[in-house]
Write a protein that binds this ligand. Structure first.
Ligand code: COI
Length: 356
């Protein structure tokens, strides 16, 4: 039976599938919670959002987003404290970035009541799905795609915004070995690198597959013009520890403005680390690994949180990085971040958003 609560029409599942969740054995992105949110944008306005049992949808083969890729998404997480409170982490940052992506992809902005209100409503319904402990969390995936039944190339008139949620544990089973990519690119100036649009990820798959065939887990992307400066790694921002300082590429139109990146830099600053946000050359880092001044390289992002690399492949040679310990910068920062997100230490930044 559907009920109307506030801004949402809600139809609850008759029987939860929560028994499918094993918190000790979670494969990222493979299991979805009981409910999902669907909001349609038709004739220039947002219709009443609906919360429905998670399930399949029917579409026309002429769906514009399937052909021309007007599709964007966000990656966010919810956490559970020891006393079973549910928190989202800095949801307004993702909301703002979502609408920046929407503008770049010529899509309508999603109102805060639908984006944030929808997440809150869904999390209240599916709170039991937020797994506790270790690196566990509930991954939240808001996304939007064009729904015109039309094959002409133009800005679509109709869109669907949705939120689905998926229990998450550690993203990588072991520290990734990454390859410095000097042929293919992720983003070019004037392009869509700063937008979280589906096409950015599609274009990364072929170079990532070539690297996987050579034994690498991920790519370290370099700039499109000279292949001289690092940009991102796979689906993450990247940080380097050199001479005890944290160095990271400054965000630009070719680099995604990561929310995890921003939080970790703030924590690192407050922990007394020197931070340099600037261009980071491949030469500087490769030489630094060789002479021992670069001691850590790690990816940071919502899905991976903090993911230290085991080795970097450059021009056919693999350079091993030192073993990670609990004293490594990446681990110190990750522990503080996780403790804030799960309510274990006081949130002096106002980052956690209590939902249930
Ligand atoms: C995220 O960290 O949310 C990402 O964008 C990674 C995702 C594509 C798996």
């Amino acid at each position: 039976m559907a009920i109307q609560t506030g801004n949402f029409k809600i139809t609850q599942v008759e029987k939860s599938r929560i028994h499918q969740l094993d918190p000790n054995n979670i494969v990222f992105g493979s299991l979805f919670t009981d409910h999902m949110l669907v909001a349609d944008y038709i004739n220039g306005e947002w219709k009443t959002p609906e919360i429905l049992p998670y399930g399949k949808m029917e579409f026309t083969p002429a769906l514009a987003s399937l052909h021309y890729g007007q599709a964007i998404f966000e990656g966010m997480k919810a956490f559970k404290s020891d006393s079973d409170e549910v928190f989202m982490f800095r949801p307004l940052e993702n909301f703002k970035r979502f609408n920046i992506s929407a503008e770049r992809m010529s899509m309508p902005a999603v109102p805060e009541e639908i984006f944030i209100g929808g997440l809150e409503e869904l999390l209240r319904l599916d709170a039991a799905w937020v797994p506790k402990g270790g690196d566990n969390s509930l991954y939240l995936r808001p996304f939007m795609f064009s729904t015109d039944e039309y094959l002409g190339v133009r800005t679509s008139l109709n869109y669907r915004f949705m939120i689905i949620m998926s229990p998450a544990g550690p993203y990588y089973s072991k520290p990734p070995k990454v390859k410095v990519e000097t042929e293919y690119i992720r983003a070019a100036p004037g392009g869509v690198g700063y937008a979280k649009c589906a096409g950015n990820y599609a274009a990364s798959l072929y170079p990532a597959k070539l690297a996987a065939d050579q034994g690498y887990t991920q790519l370290l992307w370099t700039d499109a013009i000279e292949h001289k400066y690092f940009e991102e790694s796979g689906t993450m921002n990247v940080m380097f520890v050199k001479d005890g300082k944290i160095i990271t590429p400054a965000v630009s139109t070719t680099i995604l403005k990561g929310t995890t990146r921003a939080a970790l830099l703030q924590i690192a600053k407050d922990e007394g680390y020197t931070i340099e946000e600037r261009k980071v050359s491949v030469e500087e880092i490769i030489n630094g690994i060789k002479d021992g001044s670069v001691t850590e390289i790690f990816g940071v992002g919502t899905a991976v949180v903090v993911s230290p690399f085991s080795a970097v492949g450059y021009e056919g040679v693999d350079l091993e990085l030192p073993e990670i310990t609990e004293k490594s910068v990446s681990q110190i920062l990750k522990t503080i971040l996780n403790n804030i997100r799960t309510g274990k230490i006081a949130d002096k930044y106002g980052w956690v958003w209590k939902v249930a």
